[in-house]
Design a protein around this ligand. Structure first.
Ligand code: ZN
Length: 292
């Protein structure tokens, strides 16, 4: 297992972590400058942030600073209530692949979606098996497109509390079952993003990380699970402040040969987003060294 205690060369910042500074939106260009100023070598930006700043501008900035992208957030949201919705999802996912290519991302992260309409507050139906089928078909179709462009797709299993509205793929086992069906030859074109926040509780986690192996572990996301958690989406903790044994999970992932970035991804309306972004980044660096 790599020693992170002396430097932060393998730290990546998911840009949602400092999307707000002192409660105000922070433009992506400023996020990038703040990371670069601290010797952070990689980021993982969100599409809405890139869109607001302009893809060409961000692409230029990333290249000028020699920044790597540990991932691009995000594609997915495949299920829909009708054919037009499915087509819209397909088209949007292809654009996400194109953007990821332009930014030279390591992978496009897929948050696959749940029951159509649930995220907006009104699910169109209750058939989660149907949604899962649409996810499988959507990834299969996108995989063909992504392969042509050499952009790996990383399925991110989300904690089951998001099954209705964000992702009906909720365990590593489920995600890897999809990989086995859609990419039986383990090409490396399809894999998983292991986010400790979503999977730390799973009694099968170690075994499923072994099953994933080197070819299928495309990203590793860290933050912590706070007790109590006061918000189901935006109360993620700083590494070391919660109950996840992050070094143990990183050990499992690295035992498979994963040697990429540890990407810090914290959504925190009540704490970190209220602080100065510089303070949040400095804390990420310190905790990366001792709690990851
Ligand atoms: Zn994540």
């Amino acid at each position: 297992m790599r020693d992170f205690s002396r430097d932060h060369r393998w730290l990546s910042i998911n840009t949602a972590t400092i999307r707000k500074s002192r409660g105000a939106d922070l433009p992506l260009s400023e996020i990038i400058e703040a990371c670069v100023a601290r010797g952070i070598r990689a980021i993982s930006p969100w599409r809405d942030q890139v869109q607001a700043a302009g893809l060409a501008n961000i692409s230029k900035l990333v290249r000028a600073h020699g920044l790597e992208l540990s991932g691009y957030c995000r594609g997915g949201m495949f299920p829909a209530a009708d054919a037009a919705g499915l087509k819209a999802a397909r088209d949007d996912n292809r654009r996400a692949v194109d953007e990821a290519c332009e930014l030279n991302a390591r992978c496009l992260v897929l948050v696959v979606g749940g029951l159509p309409g649930a995220l907006q507050g009104q699910a169109a139906h209750k058939d989660i098996a149907l949604a899962r089928g649409q996810v499988r078909d959507g990834i299969a179709e996108l995989l063909d497109y992504a392969r042509e462009r050499k952009m790996p797709l990383a399925i991110e299993p989300l904690h089951p509390m998001y099954a209705a509205d964000r992702a009906c793929v909720n365990t590593m086992e489920q995600a890897l079952d999809l990989c086995d069906v859609l990419d039986p030859h383990r090409s490396g074109d399809l894999g998983v993003a292991v986010d400790v926040y979503h999977v730390w509780w799973d009694p099968k986690l170690e075994a499923q990380i072994e099953r994933a192996g080197r070819e299928r572990i495309l990203a590793f996301h860290v933050c912590d699970w706070l007790t109590p958690t006061t918000d189901l989406l935006n109360d993620r903790g700083m590494m070391g402040d919660g109950v996840i044994d992050i070094p143990r999970i990183r050990g499992w992932v690295e035992a498979q040969g994963f040697a990429g970035y540890s990407e810090v991804e914290i959504f925190s309306t009540g704490n970190w987003w209220l602080r100065d972004a510089g303070e949040t980044l400095d804390t990420c660096i310190a905790r990366h060294r001792k709690a990851v």
